[in-house]
Write a protein that binds this ligand. Structure first.
Ligand SMILES: [Cu+2]
Length: 180
């Protein structure tokens, strides 16, 4: 019975992998590719007047969280500056623009008063660690994979309905964990 392998070597694959395993590997690869494509598939854009709103997204929050961040880009194709004046959404009691930066060596966050300026021909990025929206007083937790609607109001371009795509909690690793 020399063809019986010792028990300790039974797991070592010397020859081609079993067929089932190959199919499993292919399926796994396909799944990975699918996930790799998701950020592109989720990219979405909204237009109002001269403004383009690129890929509004938010993060899933842990149970009980009272705030959630909101991020997107605004491109102003026009020849005059505009301002993001207000944000509203059913997901929270209020929402506003915050700025985040380092002051005296401490990471601080403060509301942007008087609206966020979008320069003529310019692009403003709301992202973790910088300007961002803050949905304050969450009525429920944003769930990974869903989209929730919100309305952005600009001084000149007016109001536009957008959808925030909810991504994973650790997405882009920004330091956005602050109390209400
Ligand atoms: Cu904030």
């Amino acid at each position: 019975m020399s063809n019986l392998l010792p028990a300790t070597r039974a797991h070592a694959h010397r020859g081609p992998l079993p067929r089932g395993f190959q199919y499993f590997s292919l399926a796994l690869l396909g799944l990975l590719l699918l996930f790799a494509c998701v950020p592109g598939a989720l990219a979405h854009e909204f237009k109002v007047g001269d403004l383009e709103i690129g890929h509004p997204w938010s993060r899933a929050t842990p149970p009980g969280a009272k705030v959630a961040g909101g991020y997107f880009t605004v491109t102003n194709k026009g020849s005059s500056p505009d301002r993001l004046l207000s944000i509203s959404s059913d997901i929270s009691d209020t929402a506003g623009v915050h700025d985040m930066g380092v002051k005296d060596g401490v990471m601080t966050m403060r509301p942007v008063n008087g609206g966020l300026e979008i320069p003529a021909g310019g692009k403003v990025e709301l992202k973790p660690g910088g300007y961002h929206l803050m949905f304050v007083g969450l009525k429920r937790q944003p769930k990974l994979g869903e989209k929730f609607p919100a309305t952005l109001t600009f001084e000149k371009a007016g109001s536009v309905s957008v959808e925030f795509a909810v991504e994973g909690m650790g997405e882009m690793g920004g330091t956005d964990d602050h109390a209400e």
